[in-house]
Design a protein around this ligand. Sequence first.
Ligand code: GP9
Ligand code: MN
Length: 710
Amino acid sequence: MKRLWRKTNTRLGFATLLLVCFWLKTILAYFADFNIQLNDPLQVILYLLNPLPTAIIFYSLALYIKRTRLFYTSIIVLDILNTLLLYLNVIYYREFTDFMTVATMLGYNKVNQGLSGSSVALTSFHDIFFWLDLVIIIALLLTGRIKTDKRQLNWRAGFAVTSIGFLAFGFTMAVSEMNRPQLLTKTFDRSYIVKYLGIDSFTVYDAAKTQHNSDIRATAKKSQLTGILKFVHQHYAKPNPKYYGVAKGKNVIVLHLESFQQFLIDKKVDGREVTPFLDKLYHSQSTIAFNNFFHQVGQGKTSDAENMLETSTYGLPQGSLFAQLGSDNTFQGAPSILKQKAGYTSAVFHGNVASFWNRNNTYKNLGYQYFFDASYYDTSGDKSLGFGLKDKLLFRDSIKYLQRLQQPFYVKYLTVTNHFPFSLDSEDRNDGFKAPDTGDKTVNNYFVTAHYLDQSIKEFYQYLHKTGLDKKSIIVLYGDHYGLSNSENPSLAKLLGKNADDWNDFDNAQLQRVPLMFNMPGTKDGFIDHTYGGEIDVLPTLLHLLGINTKGYIQFGTDLFSKEHDTVVAFRNEDWVSDKYTCLSGVVYDNKTGQELHPDKKLQAKINKMQARVKKELSLSDSLNQKNLLRFYHPKGLKPVDPAKYNYADGLEKEIKIENKLKAKSTSLFDEKGKSTVPEYKTDAPEVNHKSTDTNRIKITNPDDNSAGK
Ligand code: GP9
Ligand code: MN
């Protein structure tokens, strides 16, 4: 031990001492302060080791210094800076349950206003340990207990240390990427980057991204809107008078069917319908359903679908728009348009943590008034799966919040149970529905969770019917994206009456159809509409149904009911589908036969024109979002959203406060009935009778709630 201690009298030994102390402090922060979900032993190992590579690289910089004093001062300053970054994150996390982005540090994040004056109140006893080592080491150095080493480390040794740092970093990066593919490109949650790569890497990564975004924005000018406005005005499709305003004043209930593909509709396995309730809705007289409707998401998956549905602009070519731009961008989306034009209250119900896809920040910029995330429900024990509360429980447990919303309301339910890997506890397979036997477990299970989702929607509808909410609402059901990936599709072929051997890209593209239904209980003019369209088209369609003019807005989609609707559906990778053709990487297929076409000159010219239009539309949307151009655009009668006005803690208390203020004028269902409608809700979910436990399959945090755990 003594010998080891004596090593601190050498430069390398001293650097190692600082490194080890810093490592231990990070571990302290990791386990005492950060609430990170570790799912497997590999993640635990990565989490424990990830502070080292970056710190080695960082501290090795001092090893190249010759002068003794300068060496010791530099390495201590480096250590102080590194500790400060760690400590600021600890403090920040205590207030916001999130890591500090560079934008926050520099004070230009619109949503998080940075640390408030109350930071002192956020300190805790064990914080001493973040600084104690430094105090002791400096004292030992000054009193000569640790001797300074006058010999400069030979540069080769220094270089070796730096190289070890980089090698170790490359190794963690590679292992992380294996455990979580697309870790950096997707960035669904900041905590994932910290979990795999550590705080230092997160900060460097975030700084690079922020710089990139701000470079793009700094050069952005209002005049760049001109091209976009020209396109949008030419592209605009005027509403069909037959449908304009038919849902005026109704509540809007958006049911986001996770990973739900159109082929499930009317599908039977062993003679049994997979989703009998949704099938019934699909054919109902009160539903207009689309059977040539496509998802258009990129890497942002659910969040891309949400963005398209609520803003009618595309997701980004890489990563998720919510995650990358959601904290700062100006949006002109459904919640704020509906609030300002027609007095709607807005809310999201979702059983996963609020920070996933950066929703907690993005929703504020979208103008959402309430966000009932996982922290609002009991998600303990077997009540949730990997992506949050099971759907049947989400619907049931949302009622106490739903019934308190002022009507008309615009609400969105984000379901999660039908999500890859499509696992479901055996207690939830209660009605003998059997999975198909395709030879691929993922494919088989997909049918089981889809069946469960169908049951949960049915239960929710029964409640809507009992309380009379159904007749007062338009219910929009849609699938966000594929559940089965292209590599799994051949296993599905037989079930779809096709041959796995000649399964090709055309077949994959056709499977990107997802449901879209507008259901208005009590009406009778429903039908199945064969119009081609995509997620980008939903917002103008919905706004027109609600009798809201969209002419002044920048929206890339067109009303599906309009005679002028654009039937070319752009995929995020610039491939496209129209009512006649499917064009994938320049190869054109005939939709009717599925055969590759060899277009003559005339047809080729037509195809080229459509392809050019698709490219243009996507690139204009990217330019709008990446340059944040909507901040320069002020449609008449629409005020910009002020995200600072929204806070998603204590949602129920806020709702009740409004009811109390409005008194007899309150339009909440609770006040209309004069009592709670919670007892009206019936579910067969066995978990409702399970006691709350200390275990949880997800980690719950509400970034806006500062009271928890303090
Ligand atoms: C998580 C859920 C899933 O909160 O929305 O997102 P996805 O993986 O489908 O993008
Ligand atoms: Mn999804």
